[in-house]
Design a protein around this ligand. Structure first.
Ligand SMILES: *[C@@H]1O[C@H](CO)[C@@H](O)[C@H](O)[C@H]1NC(C)=O
Ligand SMILES: *[C@@H]1O[C@H](CO)[C@@H](O)[C@H](O)[C@H]1NC(C)=O
Length: 316
C-alpha cells in the first residue's frame, strides 16, 4: 500500500524519467555485448554449460549406486545386519511349507559366521578346483555337488573327467569345512528369518564362482544381468553368498547390487562375509562387472521343498 501511494505521487514527469533510465540501460547493455564484458558473459555461459555437463556426467556415473549396505572396510559381527523388505507375491505361486516358506522377507549381511582363515582355506580349494579348467570367458564355476566345472565354452563333470585323481586336488578335510560352513550359514538364515532349520534344505545350484574382467564368450559368462533367483531357479527360497576375496584389493567392480524401485543398494564383498536374502522379486539383484582382478565367492542356496533337496558333497 505504501509503495503504491509513493508511485502515485511521482506524477507524469517521474514516468518519463523512468522510461529514459530504462532506455539508457538497454543501450548500455547492447554496447557491452560488443565490449569486454560481452566476452566475459560468454565465458561465464560456457563455464556454466561445462559445469552442468560435468555434473550430469558424474551423476550418471554415480547414479547407479545410492546406498552401501555393507562396506568392505567394516566388520559386521557378531549379529547380522538385517534389512527387512516386504515379501513379494512370488511365493503364492508355489506350495507353502510352514516353518520355511518366507513370512518375513529381507536381506542381511554378517562377518561373524565364517572366519577369514576359513575363507582363505575355501578360496584355496576354489583355486585348486578351478585351476583344473575354467571358462574362456571371465566367469567360471565349480559345483562340488554335481561335479560341474566350466571348461572352455562348456562344462565337464570333475568326478567323471578326473576320476580318482580328484583326491589329489581335494581332501576329506576340504569337504568337511565346506559342510561345516554351509551348516552355519543355514543356521544364521533360520535364526534371522525365524525358520525351523530342519525344514530348509540345500538345493542346486550351489557352487564356487571365479570372475575376472575377461569378456564373456557365452551366456554362462554373463553374470551381471539383473535377476530374481526364484524366477531363475524356481526351487530357491533363500539365497546366500559367501565371499572369498576382498572388494577393492583383490578385485574392483564386482559389488553385489540389490535393485530397489527407489534406489540401488550394494554389498561390498569381503573374505568371510556372508550375505543372504529371501529369493523372491523383493530381492531383484545383479553383480557389477568385475573391472580388475579376480573375485571368488560361493553361492549357497536353500529350498523349502524337500523334493528339491540335494545332499552335501563328498569325495567319491
Ligand atoms: C580370466 O580367467 C580366464 C580363465 O577363466 C583366463 O583365461 C584369463 O586370462 C583371465 N583374465 C585375466 C584378465 O586375468
Ligand atoms: C539402479 O542402477 C541401474 C543400473 O545398474 C540404473 O539403471 C537404475 O536407474 C538405478 N536405479 C535407481 C532407482 O537409481
Amino acid at each position: 500500500m505504501a509503495l503504491l501511494r509513493l508511485r502515485n505521487t511521482k506524477g507524469p514527469n517521474a514516468a518519463e524519467i523512468e522510461r529514459k533510465i530504462k532506455r539508457g540501460n538497454a543501450l548500455r547493455q547492447g554496447s557491452s555485448w560488443r565490449g569486454s564484458r560481452g566476452l566475459l558473459a560468454l565465458l561465464l555461459v560456457a563455464l556454466c554449460a561445462s559445469m552442468v555437463a560435468a555434473w550430469l556426467y558424474l551423476a550418471s556415473l554415480d547414479g547407479d549406486i545410492t546406498e552401501t549396505l555393507a562396506s568392505r572396510r567394516e566388520m559386521i559381527s557378531p549379529q547380522p545386519r538385517v534389512y527387512s523388505v516386504q515379501c513379494s507375491e512370488d511365493y503364492e505361486n508355489y506350495k507353502r511349507y510352514p516353518g520355511c516358506t518366507p513370512q518375513k522377507c529381507g536381506r542381511a549381511v554378517t562377518d561373524g559366521v565364517v572366519t577369514s582363515e576359513e575363507a582363505q582355506a575355501l578360496r584355496r580349494l576354489a583355486e585348486r578346483g578351478l585351476a583344473l579348467a575354467g571358462s574362456e570367458g571371465g566367469a567360471s564355476i565349480l559345483d562340488l555337488h554335481s561335479g560341474a566345472l566350466s571348461m572352455g565354452k562348456q562344462f565337464v563333470n570333475i568326478y567323471r573327467y578326473f576320476g580318482e585323481q580328484i583326491a589329489d586336488v581335494f581332501t576329506e578335510e576340504d569337504f568337511k569345512l565346506y559342510r561345516d560352513v554351509r551348516g552355519r550359514i543355514q543356521a544364521v538364515i533360520a535364526e534371522t528369518f525365524g525358520l525351523d532349520r530342519t525344514l530348509m534344505y540345500l538345493t542346486k545350484p550351489t557352487f564356487f564362482s571365479r570372475i575376472n574382467s575377461t569378456a564373456a564368450k557365452t551366456q554362462h559368462d554373463e553374470y551381471w544381468h539383473p535377476h530374481i533367483d526364484k524366477e531363475t531357479y524356481g526351487s530357491f527360497d533363500y539365497t546366500s553368498l559367501l565371499y572369498l576375496s576382498d572388494y577393492g584389493s583383490d578385485f574392483t567392480g564386482g559389488r553385489f547390487v540389490f535393485m530397489d524401485q527407489n534406489g540401488n543398494r550394494t554389498v561390498e564383498p569381503r573374505a568371510g562375509r556372508v550375505s543372504f536374502f529371501s529369493s523372491g522379486s523383493e530381492n531383484l539383484h545383479r553383480v557389477e562387472k568385475v573391472t580388475w582382478g579376480t573375485r571368488y565367492a560361493i553361492t549357497v542356496s536353500f529350498t523349502c521343498d524337500p523334493s528339491h533337496a540335494i545332499s552335501d558333497p563328498s569325495l567319491p
